[in-house]
Design a binder for this molecule. Structure first.
Ligand code: NAD
Length: 486
């Protein structure tokens, strides 16, 4: 399984270009070299931003919303036509299963283009008729923001890039995107699809590279960018915020999490168990929404821990193309070192290791990859570093709780506030609790069930602003109020 790519290039002003040094793209499955990737220097990023500025005034700038939307549907058609190539690119870079790439990553990437094309076409704007006797009509219009810089992470590469790119284009902006250095392949393929769909040159530009002192930093500091939309770690978000402060660029940030799952004794036990398995171990725990903190009502605590242990030990950890595989590797050896450092720290902090806690040894080429054991802990105090810092691996800590207010306080006692999942058979309790959680997203008796029209984002160190539905249209538009005296 894998794509035969030897060099991944930037895409600027409608052309692929190989300016700059190169870096290696390594498979997390078996450590082999997948591709060499061009690394944009400051001049290359500058060329991309200039191309995007020029394109704002080109044919793209005079097209109607309907014409933009039609082109975005053509991009989605082009992705469908090359679906298996996208799957192969994403699987090679991330090591996730074919099944997940097909049903989540690539399917959602396509849905992002279709959804935001249709939302932009049907969006309304405000109109206020004065009510104080001043005889005026106020209405709003939307204009593109200009050149949008997109900086995206490795965990859901195509899904998260298109989550920002599709609404940015639907609102008439032009874009310079920098995907993660760990996962450059699907974005490069997308550039081909965008070109072939007939989107004018310079509307979408792609620069590859790293973060600090590389393409990410050059892009976020560039004066020609009008806004930055970023998904990644909270500390990178604060670095980017400082970089854009002098130029007063608008930002939209989707950042880290330390999410909780709460399981009440009145929940459907099997559904909650399956839900917590998913929320802790999907994509080896490398989804920002994953729950690393699980709180279970004391009456069912022991039963839940033992059932989760049994299910976790039954997980099929394998190559991405093995049917029924439950978990693949982490994204890289460097990330594996980070996760393993928390596995060691947990023991120092007094955790009971219910299962896992180390690396996996297969006796085949996967031993050169980045696999770790899925891990469950109990017994840590709430202020342990393993319970307060984002680990971003296949790991959860399970703690017992006794009542609602106690568990709300414990969950909210966090620097992060992205998401939480509540498992209960009592809907009145679910409503009551959901409103008290200090997060941007609450799921009740489910997890990561998304409707793309709904707001997505976090509070505290988990993000700034909301994307999704009209919230994306608002961020990617400049909204102008026009007041007419009647
Ligand atoms: P990261 O912050 O290390 O990197 C993200 C992107 O930022 C990459 O493209 C990287 O090259 C770039 N970057 C790094 N340093 C930079 C700098 N100084 N200036 C400009 N760009 C820079 O994050 P990651 O490790 O790729 O992704 C994992 C993180 O993303 C986790 O914290 C996860 O929770 C978070 N995440 C959040 C959401 C959300 O919606 N809230 C979604 C997915 C991932």
């Amino acid at each position: 399984m894998g794509i035969q790519v030897t060099e991944l290039r930037h895409f600027i002003a409608g052309e692929f270009t190989s300016a700059g040094k190169t870096f290696d793209n390594i498979s997390p499955v078996d450590g082999r070299l997948l591709a060499t990737v061009c690394e944009a220097d400051a001049a290359t990023v500058d060329a991309a931003v200039k191309a995007a500025r020029v394109a704002l005034k080109g044919p793209w700038g005079s097209m109607s919303v309907q014409q933009h939307a039609a082109l975005l549907h053509k991009v989605a058609d082009g992705m469908e036509a090359r679906f298996e190539e996208f799957v192969a690119a994403e699987v090679a870079d991330t090591g996730r299963s074919l099944q997940q790439a097909r049903t989540l990553d690539i399917a959602r990437g396509i849905a992002n283009f279709r959804t935001f094309a249709d939302l932009a076409k049907t969006a309304s704007t405000d109109l206020f008729q004065s009510t104080d006797g001043s005889a005026a009509l106020n209405y709003t219009i939307r204009k593109p923001k200009g050149v949008v810089g997109i900086i995206s992470p490795w965990n859901l590469p195509l899904l998260l890039l298109t989550w920002k790119l599709a609404p940015a284009l639907a609102c008439g902006n032009t874009v310079v995107a920098k995907p993660s250095e760990e996962t450059p392949s699907s974005a490069t393929l997308l550039a081909e699809v965008i070109r072939d769909a007939g989107i004018p040159a310079g509307v979408f530009n792609l620069v590859h590279g790293l973060g600090a002192n590389s393409a990410g930093e050059f892009l976020s500091k560039h004066d020609g960018i009008d806004a930055i939309t970023f998904t990644g770690e909270s500390k990178t978000g604060s670095t980017i915020m400082k970089a854009v402060a002098d130029g007063m660029k608008e930002v939209s940030f989707e950042l880290g999490g330390k999410n909780a799952a709460l399981v009440f004794a009145d929940a459907d036990f099997d559904a909650a168990l399956a839900g917590v398995m998913r929320s802790s171990f999907t994509h080896a725990g490398q989804i920002c929404l994953c729950s690393e903190r699980v709180y279970v009502e004391r009456a069912i605590f022991a039963r839940f821990v033992s059932a989760l242990k049994e299910k976790t030990e039954g997980m099929k950890i394998d190559y991405p193309d093995v049917p029924g595989v439950d978990m693949g590797p982490l994204i890289s050896r460097a990330h594996r070192d980070k996760v393993l450092s928390y596995y060691r720290l947990a023991e120092q902090e007094g955790a009971t290791v219910v299962t896992g806690g180390g690396i996996l040894v297969f006796g085949d080429r996967r031993d050169a990859g980045a696999y770790v054991q899925p891990t469950i802990w109990t017994g840590l105090p709430d202020d342990a570093r393993c319970l307060t810092e984002e680990i971003f691996g296949p790991v959860c800590h399970i703690a017992p709780f006794d009542d609602e207010q106690e568990v709300i306080a414990r969950v909210n006692h966090s620097d992060y506030g992205l998401a939480c999942a509540i498992w209960t058979g009592n809907l009145a309790r679910a409503h009551r609790m959901a409103a008290q959680m200090e997060v941007g997203l609450v799921w009740v008796n489910t997890w990561y069930l998304r409707d793309l029209r709904t707001p997505f984002g976090g509070v505290k160190r988990s993000g700034l602003g909301r994307e999704g539905g009209r919230h994306s249209l608002d961020f990617y538009s400049e909204i102008v109020n026009i007041c007419i005296k009647l």
